[in-house]
Design a protein around this ligand. Structure first.
Ligand code: SF4
Length: 356
């Protein structure tokens, strides 16, 4: 089949330039015909959203929201490992243009950065927010107002950054905002350190899961993420559940994400992240068309300089081998910007490129 220049440009725009097999595409017409609505709106229309809020809030009395299961009574003012209070603490809410292309589109991803964190990595890039808890304590109504404001600015989604420890507040705010007209997808942007039982409460509320899979080795996880030797197993189970709930990355005709799983994996120096094992696991356990972003932007931040193994940026070779492993495992839906970067480095390094 002859591909015209016009076809090529059109497909590049829709697929964000990926030469890999695309995510499912839902046209504006079929989106309307199928009556596409965000997951939470459907749940609300069935009267099933309010009980989830009660269920989630009850967990704050003896907090077991994340795998640390501290048992802190956050409603009575106690703090657990994450140091989060019962109310939501927010550092900033703004359109963000540095996320994946299908989240950013023309108008940006409506990011809301929650303060505190249940994982607390030594190389955290957001350490003033995640470790020090900088931000303002707010009511769920304020969070709902922020969601509506980001939608009004034209953002394509509400991108909840580090949401695990404030999940009850998020569901509550989503319902308030939904009743006032919120209609864009909800993105759950998490470290991956999640309990399956808790994710089940989010089933039918979240449209897009955006989890990290940071390590494949428990010792590395324990060393660099505050003792979480169970991280690899916990995060893998969590991602399987996320995939069950939302399935494959689905975009509309403009290439804007509507639903699905998008996995992030940050390549670390000296193969600390276990990238080869990571791509093998995805290929074996999930559909090969799962959206995977092999990220290159590791920086020496916070206390990473105290650890010789992670006290440098990654090399071009480390990134190239990581992408090679992904291609060799047959992953077909790699992030378009990762693919572009791979090609750029491959040319510069005279690397035998595995991507045409
Ligand atoms: S969310 Fe925070 S308080 Fe709750 S179990 Fe996790 S670390 Fe502990």
């Amino acid at each position: 089949m002859k591909i015209t220049r016009r076809d090529f440009i059109k497909s590049s725009l829709v697929l964000g330039g990926s030469l890999f097999l695309p995510q499912k595409i839902l046209s504006a017409a079929s989106r309307q015909k199928q009556g596409w609505h965000p997951a939470y709106a459907k749940l609300e229309s069935e009267g099933r959203l309010a009980p989830r809020i009660e269920q989630a809030y009850s967990l704050l009395r003896k907090c077991e929201l994340c795998p640390r299961q501290c048992g802190a009574n956050r409603l009575a003012g106690e703090h657990g490992f994450c140091r989060a209070p019962g109310k939501v603490v927010i550092y900033i809410a703004q359109p963000h243009f540095g996320e994946e292309i299908s989240l950013v589109g023309q108008q940006g991803s409506g990011t809301i950065f929650f303060s505190n964190c249940n994982l607390r990595c030594v190389f955290c890039q957001n350490w003033p927010i995640a470790h020090e808890g900088q931000g303002r304590e707010l009511e769920d109504e304020d969070l709902a107002r922020m969601m509506l404001y980001l939608q009004k600015l034209g953002c394509h989604n509400i991108n909840l950054v580090t949401p695990t420890h404030v999940m009850p507040n998020i569901i509550s705010a989503t319902r308030i905002a939904c009743k006032k007209g919120l209609h864009i997808p909800l993105v759950y942007n998490t470290s991956g350190y999640e309990r399956v039982e808790i994710l089940k409460i989010l089933d039918g509320i979240v449209d897009i899961y955006l989890p990290d899979l940071k390590y494949m080795d428990g010792e590395k996880a324990a060393k660099y993420s505050a003792g979480t030797s169970d991280y690899p197993e916990v995060a893998k189970e969590a991602i399987i559940e996320m995939n069950r709930q939302v399935g494959q990355h689905l975009v509309d005709q403009r290439g804007i994400a509507l639903r699905g799983l998008m996995i992030r994996h940050l390549v670390m120096p000296n193969r600390v992240a276990g990238t080869e094992k990571f791509v093998k696991w995805v290929a074996e356990v999930l559909p090969k068309s799962t959206y995977v972003n092999i990220m290159h932007q590791y920086r020496v931040e916070y206390k990473a300089y105290e650890h010789a193994e992670i006290c440098r940026a990654i090399t071009a070779q480390e990134y190239l081998e990581a992408m090679d492993w992904a291609v060799m495992e047959g992953l077909t839906n790699l992030d378009p910007r990762s693919v572009a970067l791979y090609k750029f480095y491959a040319r510069k390094q005279n690397w035998q490129s595995r991507i045409p």
